[in-house]
Design a protein around this ligand. Structure first.
Ligand SMILES: *Cc1c(COP(=O)(O)O)cnc(C)c1O
Length: 399
């Protein structure tokens, strides 16, 4: 069998850092994806919250084909129209006034932290360099972002960590308030913790954090790598909470599947970066930006995708709540925002993920005991009904 051979070769040639499902995926269309053996899966994983438009969205494919034939890469030593157009589009649709492009979420966060430090040191003082993040956060895997991430299991073995990060419990304004001192340069948060288990904070949390930042002269960095680009039903999750950050990082769905990251900031904060402060060879290259423009325009233009995200997300949550009432001994919680949804189980997580996989559904397990669903925004009620009836059957067997 084709996949058996490929999977053997995978372990022979690729470093063993991922626990992968035993399948080789070959092609996708919309919410569906097929293996080399021809089996179809419905994709509630979406490349880990990346494929917002599903697979091979026609408008994205055409934009990339066109750009590939014109220009794939230049260097940031030269201007590039696609990058300018994408930056303008992001600025017009967010709190931000300036953009720095990179290639991933970790890199977008690195730039955010570098910018915050440079701003605070220049404007306020050299000692103002500490970043507060939250426990169970996830900010990426570069060494500095491993250090920023408030999870021991991610940090172990890589010491010494990058100094200058401090952690407080999430959704706890008192803990945060106690941790801020004259050395605090920025607070960095996810508007909804993704990898931590889809933790949605209280309505009051982010406004209180913003207020604290204003009072103490501390910058607010929102890591919207997972929540941005319509995932939660607003273009950016901060819009749900009526706050604006000073700096925001984006990646994952920013290019609809093309690797691209971005750090957005206000003019005031962005002014701390000057020529030579930071750079990236690939960051914002024409092909990645063409993909980003097509993705963002598709999300914005009809407005339909965002409305649908809320409507379908609501239906999805209700269906999962239904499963919770039916299987209360296993399902302990359902939570989420838009189409970033978690269902916490008291046991049997791996079995459920495995059983869904066998039934042709790709879902993900995060924060140890939470099933995470982050399908493309084009997912339909029927797709959701299919998944939830499979889940019902699987949960029934467990209890
Ligand atoms: C995935 C993720 C990152 C890291 O992004 P990479 O592209 O894997 O470097 C950072 N922050 C959040 C919130 C994420 O979900």
């Amino acid at each position: 069998m084709e996949s058996r051979r490929l999977i053997e070769e995978s372990s022979k040639y690729i470093m063993n850092t991922y626990s992968r499902f035993p399948v080789v995926l070959e092609k996708g269309r919309g919410v569906n994806i097929w293996s080399v053996d021809g089996k179809r899966y419905t994709d509630f994983f979406a490349g880990l919250a990346v494929n917002v438009l599903g697979h091979c969205y026609p408008r994205l494919v055409v934009a990339m084909q066109k750009q590939t034939q014109r220009l794939i890469h230049i260097s940031n030593f030269y201007h590039n129209e696609m990058q300018i157009n994408f930056a303008r589009l992001l600025v017009k649709n967010s709190f931000a006034e300036k953009v720095f492009f990179s290639n991933s979420g970790s890199e977008a966060n690195e730039a955010a932290v570098k910018l915050a430090r440079k701003y605070s040191k220049e404007k306020i003082g050299y000692e103002k360099n500490e970043i507060i993040t939250t426990l169970n956060s996830y900010h990426g895997r570069t060494l500095a972002m491993t250090s920023a991430t408030g999870q021991n299991k991610i940090q172990q073995g890589f010491e010494p960590l990058t100094p200058g990060f401090k952690y407080v419990p999430y959704n706890d304004i008192d803990a945060l308030s106690d941790a801020v001192n004259e050395r605090t340069c920025a607070i960095m948060l996810e508007p909804v913790q993704g990898e931590g288990g889809v933790i949605v904070p209280s309505r009051e949390y982010l406004p209180a954090v913003r207020k604290l930042c204003n009072e103490k002269g501390v910058l607010l960095i929102l890591d919207e790598v997972q929540t941005g680009m319509g995932r939660t039903g607003k273009l950016f999750a901060y819009e749900h909470f009526g706050v604006r950050p000073d700096i925001m990082s984006l990646a994952k769905s920013l290019g609809g599947g093309m690797p691209i990251g971005a750090t957005l900031a206000t003019e005031e904060v962005a002014s701390a970066f000057s020529r030579g402060s930071h750079d990236s060879t690939f960051g914002g290259n024409p092909l990645a930006c063409a993909a980003g423009i097509a993705t963002l325009e598709s999300i914005l233009e009809d407005g339909i995708l965002l409305q649908e995200c809320m409507r379908i997300g609501g239906f999805f949550m209700e269906s999962l709540e239904g499963l919770k009432s039916k299987h209360p001994d296993i399902v302990s919680d359902v939570r989420g925002l838009g189409l970033l949804i978690g269902m916490e189980l008291s046991r049997g997580c791996m079995e459920v993920v495995q059983a869904c996989f066998e039934r042709g559904y790709l879902i993900n397990l995060t924060g140890n005991n939470t099933l995470r669903f982050c399908p493309p925004l084009i997912v339909t009620k029927n797709d959701i009904k299919g998944l939830t009836s499979s889940l019902d059957e699987v949960l029934g067997r467990l209890s």
